[in-house]
Design a protein around this ligand. Structure first.
Ligand SMILES: [Zn+2]
Length: 68
């Protein structure tokens, strides 16, 4: 695999995407879909995505170690 070409996770929607890709508008931190979203809206998406990620981690921890 060429260096610099690795799957990225979009900060806004959490989607895995390749970067850089020729002809794609995606940036290092945002996939092609989210690049098209206005910056202010994207900020909200990022906030929500952070919460979802935290919740997923919590859920995983709970599943690994059931209480009791
Ligand atoms: Zn995205």
């Amino acid at each position: 695999m060429a260096s610099g070409e690795r799957p990225r996770t979009c900060r806004a929607c959490g989607k895995k995407f390749d970067y850089p890709v020729k002809g794609s508008a995606a940036t290092r931190h945002h996939c092609e879909d989210c690049v098209a979203v206005p910056a202010e809206t994207r900020k909200i998406l990022e906030r929500l995505n952070t919460r979802v990620t935290q919740l997923e981690n919590q859920l995983r921890r709970l599943q690994e170690k059931p209480p009791g």
